[in-house]
Design a protein around this ligand. Sequence first.
Ligand code: NAP
Ligand code: HSE
Length: 452
Amino acid sequence: MAATSSGEHMTRNSDKALVVGLAGFGTVGGGLVRLLQENADLVRLRTGRDIRLKKVLVRNVTKARAAQLPPGTELVTDPHALTDDPEIDVLVELIGGMDHARALIDRALDQGKHIVTANKALLAEEGLELFQKAARKKRILRYEASVAGAIPIVEALKESLTGNRVGSLMGILNGTSNYILSEMTTNGVEFDVALKQAQRLGYAEADPTLDIDGHDAAHKLVLLIRLAYGVHYPYTALSVRGIRGLSGLDIRMARELGYRIKLIARVRQAPGGSDGQIRLEAGVFPALVHHTYLLARVGGVYNAVRVEANAAGALFFHGRGAGDLPTAGAVLGDLLAVARDEHPNNTGFALKELPKASIVPPEERRSCYYVRVMVEDAPGVLRDLSGCMAAEGISMAQVIQKGDEGNGVPLVFMTHETSARAMRDALQRTMDAGLLREPAVYFRVLGGDQEK
Ligand code: NAP
Ligand code: HSE
């Protein structure tokens, strides 16, 4: 910004409208079309420019849309109509997926367009190449909406918290899973019914297995790791477990013990990185969260991110993680930054290439566990079970047994802290000893004051 002699502020740009080509007119695209019209006066006040939506790319032009296009905006099906239109300044990519989105962004960068995207899958897996390409071409690439919907966590890590070292970052990063878990917990809704509701509300990915199998949260976690630590944590190296097949019985048992089951994405710095390398323990997993923890109270489509930083201490971000307007608001914020010609450093670190993170192997990770087994209600079973645990050095902290469910009695125990390897081996022992009527169900339990 420059100041005139009268003290008025002028942007460095011309005050000509920023011309947008939007790819995707689904949940988020529709929200953006609506918001661009509803907030047009605010856009002008904040940037000194208008944002003009020139073209919208879709697959099917005859489909009914949730928002009405402004007069003069054209619906197109040919990607080149967007990428090769010399009047368009910025491509907003909201089609999702990998190959088509990548081709669209590559072509748009080649044609000198700036990019705004909400595509965490693409950025997690191919983002570093895209950042480099955008930097080479001196184009802006922004992606606030790709992580945690309305929560401004990308900017927070890239700008506001850059004076802090991040010790750990943990959160609920998938609105669909959190919605399903909340509906199951609070209203006793079945998994499949809750998933259908999430899809109807526009929270789920086009392929909802990304949500329920934990991959969407994992994509977002990879982006946050990059921003928090300045390292490359390959998506394929992340240990990922989702909520598919989660039973109402475990939700009820956990509740009885004072916990909620949440899909957690977590990274924390571990000691022992050699040659100054940053060593990280990271993963996505369903976990029992004590009801007194803030994360346990994050309900419905809400997301949350808890950052533990060496100067700030603990910070807790909370907001809607999915849906049309919450996500579109983040996209529009990025568009305003483009209108102001703000060129971000997309990794937040002054390195041409990010080093690879040193990774704590999943089997070495330590935590307390919730374990549910279905067993015969007979003398000695509990003794034999605890013998299998003790053989791997695992000590039980609490045990409860319920009435017969038809396929045995559910026996639930909470353990003291142990490694994932010890837990796996102990459960194998229980199987080998013929103690279980079906494979054990087990979850990690978040613990320690640092996680409240
Ligand atoms: P969506 O509702 O499925 O909409 C996708 C839109 O893209 C549709 O309009 C579709 O056209 C169009 N499209 C898809 N493939 C295309 C292709 N190859 N060529 C042309 N048009 C194509 O998706 P969404 O939920 O809005 O999500 C969009 C992106 O935002 C994804 O990357 C998603 O991960 C991300 N995101 C979504 C949310 C959310 O709450 N939904 C939140 C944060 C981030 P038709 O309508 O003609 O089929
Ligand atoms: N499907 C994603 C979710 C959309 O449920 O969180 C937001 O990224």
